[in-house]
Design a protein around this ligand. Structure first.
Ligand SMILES: [Zn+2]
Length: 322
């Protein structure tokens, strides 16, 4: 969870809480206006309590007397309330979460209402949007990967996809313990984006912060950050739980953006924060485009998954499915 999101939700909760309390105060005034006797009893209760408190502070032994008096007044209040079809509940604020009373904290931990609000916000800020509705590990379709030998590859496209799927699923299931980031290499329409979206969806549901961004946008934003001090977006790229960069190699990098990209890779690697990078390029081409530093980081701390076979979008189109 990023600080920005946390702060935003925290102030949203504070606001909700204040509004519930304000509504309760207004309701109380309305009830007092309708039943003045009730207002009178409450005033007596307050007066009695403060009168006796002063006497107790002055050393008088009137605790029992005070308790009796307050009990009488409290009974009188209950009778008055029931006469008018009211209860003490009518004076209480109505919080949207009765468990934590809209504080977001329950027994020293985040309440489940707060957590689900964070998850919701993480989904929104992840950039993934509507893809999440229909893409999931459960819905992955292996039919488009034939179980026949393909070129000089040792595994058939089907066997290869089973392997890639397994690695991605394991990455999502054991995210905290995953040793390496993922580099998904291969042509378009072979499931790279689909599998990264499945991982993103699962992690977002677990309350992790995920940013999904195309390489073109990613490098544009780096370029833009050059002239902005204290850019929150760059901090997000460094600190989100998972950063997914789609289609690396389609952008036009400059010496500056490559240096920042390399820094982000290094910072994330030092904090053991994972990335998923997908690309049409071969690994060997990365050295030419991004230089030795980026190349050795990609080669050393990423697990490389190859995607091959026939473009699924073309297959679906031929079958009339799309
Ligand atoms: Zn709650």
């Amino acid at each position: 969870m990023t600080n920005q999101i946390y702060e935003k939700i925290r102030s949203e909760f504070e606001q909700k809480r204040r509004e519930a309390q304000k509504a309760a105060r207004m309701r109380k005034n309305e009830i007092y206006a309708a039943v003045p006797a009730l207002a009178e009893i409450d005033r007596s209760i307050n007066l009695t309590a403060s009168e006796y408190s002063i006497r107790i502070i002055n050393g008088e032994n009137v605790e029992n007397e005070m308790e009796d008096k307050l009990k009488q007044l409290s009974d009188k209040k209950d009778r008055c309330l029931s006469q008018h079809g009211l209860s003490r509940k009518d004076f209480m604020p109505v919080y949207s979460c009765p468990l934590c009373e809209d504080t977001g904290i329950l027994n020293g931990e985040f309440c489940k209402c707060f957590k689900s609000r964070i998850i919701q916000e993480n989904f929104k800020s992840s950039n993934i949007g509507n893809n999440l509705d229909y893409q999931s590990f459960e819905k992955f379709d292996f039919r488009f990967y034939p179980d026949d030998k393909y070129g000089s590859y040792p595994l058939t496209p089907y066997e290869n996809m089973k392997r890639n799927y397994g690695i991605c699923k394991k990455f999502a299931d054991n995210f905290e313990k995953a040793k390496k980031s993922l580099l998904l290499i291969g042509g378009t329409g072979l499931g790279k984006t689909y599998l990264s979206t499945c991982i993103a969806k699962q992690l977002l549901t677990d309350g992790k912060s995920v940013i999904y961004i195309s390489a073109v946008d990613f490098f544009k934003r780096i370029e833009k950050s050059r002239f902005e001090q204290n850019d929150g977006e760059m901090k997000m790229f460094e600190s989100c739980d998972l950063l997914i960069i789609d289609d690396l190699g389609t952008e036009a990098p400059s010496a500056y953006t490559i240096a920042v990209f390399s820094d982000i890779l290094d910072k994330r690697w030092r904090c053991e924060r994972k990335l998923i990078i997908s690309s049409n390029n071969r690994l060997s081409e990365f050295e030419k485009i991004y230089g030795q530093r980026v190349f050795s980081r990609l080669a050393g701390s990423f697990e490389c998954l190859l995607f091959y076979g026939k473009d699924i979008r073309v297959q679906k189109f031929m079958n009339g499915e799309d």
